[in-house]
Design a protein around this ligand. Structure first.
Ligand SMILES: [Fe+2]
Length: 212
């Protein structure tokens, strides 16, 4: 485990200030095996920009705001690490990163309450547990998937997640962040300038066995 990997596990979120594309990719490659995203390139990078790319791409490639979510939440075991380097980014471009610490949102909830929650796919109805592995959590409550479980508990998790969601509007072009994708849900505000561009890399942690 790299030093950065240890830090991300401890803190949930690490910012790499003013790193080159090469430094960012090197750091990500030290975390564990790169996940090849279906919308991405063969090297595991995904260019996220509201440009007109061909094909059926999701909301991430539009100007729309993205509610906080776990990346690849429809996988049984989503990649543990998500890295994003802001290539062209600034306050005038929108796309402000947002983070929600699911550990904080779930403080004090008994194990059986956590176990009663799932994320349900909107398209297939398939459910996956809110809990990922022994300690992780997944979250999605948007057009792809929704939080399901006992009504009052779902309402409370939604309320808490909204309360802990932080828009971080002080990052700029060249900054990158790496999150523990099993703890920190991420999203963004609406993009307001079409040149706003970032690059995403997902990586498994070394102990993750499932690769689908
Ligand atoms: Fe995402």
């Amino acid at each position: 485990m790299s030093d950065v990997g240890r830090l991300v596990r401890e803190r949930g979120l690490v910012v790499l200030s003013q790193v080159t594309a090469t430094e960012f990719l090197d750091t990500m490659s030290q975390l564990g095996p790169t996940y090849t995203h279906p919308d991405g390139e063969a090297d595991g990078t995904t260019l996220i920009t509201p440009s007109e790319r061909p094909g059926e791409l999701g909301r991430g490639f539009t100007m729309e705001a993205l509610p906080v979510h776990t990346d690849r939440s429809s996988l049984a075991d989503p990649p543990r690490f998500l890295g994003m380097r802001l290539v062209r980014h600034g306050a005038h471009m929108g796309g402000t990163p947002m983070f929600a610490d699911l550990d904080l949102a779930s403080v004090g909830l008994p194990k059986d309450a956590i176990a009663s929650l799932s994320i349900e796919s909107i398209s297939s109805g398939h459910r996956l547990p809110f809990q990922v592995g022994p300690h992780g959590l997944r979250y999605r409550d948007d057009t792809h998937g929704r939080l399901v479980g006992p009504h009052d508990l779902v309402a409370e998790i939604r309320r808490r997640t909204a309360r802990v969601t932080l828009p971080v509007d002080w990052l700029s072009s060249g900054d990158a962040y790496i999150i523990d994708n099993h703890r920190i849900a991420h999203g963004r505000t609406a993009i307001t300038h079409p040149a706003r561009t970032s690059v995403r890399v997902l990586a498994y942690s070394p102990e993750q066995k499932r690769k689908t």
